[in-house]
Design a protein around this ligand. Structure first.
Ligand SMILES: CC(C)(COP(=O)(O)OP(=O)(O)OC[C@H]1O[C@@H](n2cnc3c(N)ncnc32)[C@H](O)[C@@H]1OP(=O)(O)O)[C@@H](O)C(=O)NCCC(=O)NCCS
Length: 181
C-alpha cells in the first residue's frame, strides 16, 4: 500500500490475526501512556477486557476489507533483517513484524458533530477523512518508533488517491496538549 523508509503500510485483513494484533497493541499503549503522565487518556482497563471491543475491532477490519470506502484499517510493518539484541521477536528473521495500526473513517463521531464551534467547519461539504485511531505496538520497542508518522503518511496517500479534500484529526487535550505536538 505505502512504503516510507523502513516501514510498510498495508490494509488489515481477517485472514491473519490483525484484529487480535490491534487489540494487543492498544493494551500495550497503557503502561506507556501512564509513564508519560497521559494515563487519563484511555484509563487503566485493558482494551482486551472491554465489553464489545474485540467484536468492534473485528467488525472494522471486516468492513475495511470488504468495502472500498472507509472505515479503512491499516497496519504498519517493519521488515527485520537481523535479530535485534534483547528482543524476543522476531522468531523468524525477514518476516514483517507489525508495529502499529490506524483506523480512518469518512464521518465524524457525534461528540464532534455536536459541538457548536465546529458546525461551520463541518458544514463545508468537503469530502473528508477522519483519523479515528493511531497506535504503536509498544511491545516492539524500539522498532515501533516512527510508525505513527508512517501511518499518517499512508493515510494522506489514501486521501490523495481517493480524492478526499481534508483529513481531520483530534487529540486528547490533557497532559498539557502534548499529543497535539
Ligand atoms: C501516537 C503514536 C502512534 C506516535 O507514534 P510515532 O510516530 O512512532 O512517535 P513516538 O511514539 O516516537 O512519539 C512521538 C512523541 O509523541 C509523544 N506521545 C505519543 N503519544 C502521546 C500521548 N498520547 N500523549 C502525549 N504525548 C504522546 C511521545 O512521548 C513522543 O514524544 P518525544 O518525541 O518527546 O519523546 C504512538 O506514540 C502511540 O501509540 N501513542 C499512544 C497511543 C496514542 O496516544 N495514540 C493517539 C491517539 S488515538
Amino acid at each position: 500500500m505505502s512504503t516510507s523508509n523502513k516501514f510498510h503500510v498495508r490494509n488489515a485483513t481477517l485472514a491473519g490475526d490483525d484484529a487480535q494484533f490491534i487489540i494487543a497493541a492498544f493494551d500495550s499503549t497503557l503502561p506507556y501512556l501512564a509513564s508519560i503522565g497521559a494515563g487519563g487518556m484511555w484509563g487503566e482497563q485493558p482494551f482486551s477486557q472491554k465489553d464489545g471491543f474485540e467484536e468492534d475491532t473485528v467488525d472494522s477490519v471486516r468492513k475495511s476489507e470488504q468495502d472500498e470506502n472507509p472505515p479503512k484499517v491499516m497496519i504498519v510493518e517493519i521488515e527485520i533483517l537481523n535479530r535485534v539484541e534483547g528482543q524476543e521477536r522476531p522468531q523468524d528473521a525477514n518476516m514483517p513484524t507489525r508495529v502499529g495500526a490506524a483506523v480512518v473513517l469518512d464521518s465524524l463521531p457525534s461528540y464532534l458533530t455536536a459541538r457548536e464551534e465546529l458546525k461551520n467547519e463541518i458544514n463545508k461539504e468537503k469530502k473528508f477523512l477522519y483519523l479515528e485511531v493511531i497506535i504503536s505496538d509498544f511491545r516492539t520497542d524500539p522498532l515501533h518508533r516512527g510508525a505513527g508518522a508512517a501511518l499518517i503518511e499512508a493515510v494522506k496517500d489514501y486521501g490523495r488517491v481517493n480524492k478526499y479534500d481534508t483529513l481531520y484529526v483530534d487529540c486528547w487535550a490533557g497532559n498539557g496538549g502534548r499529543l497535539n505536538k
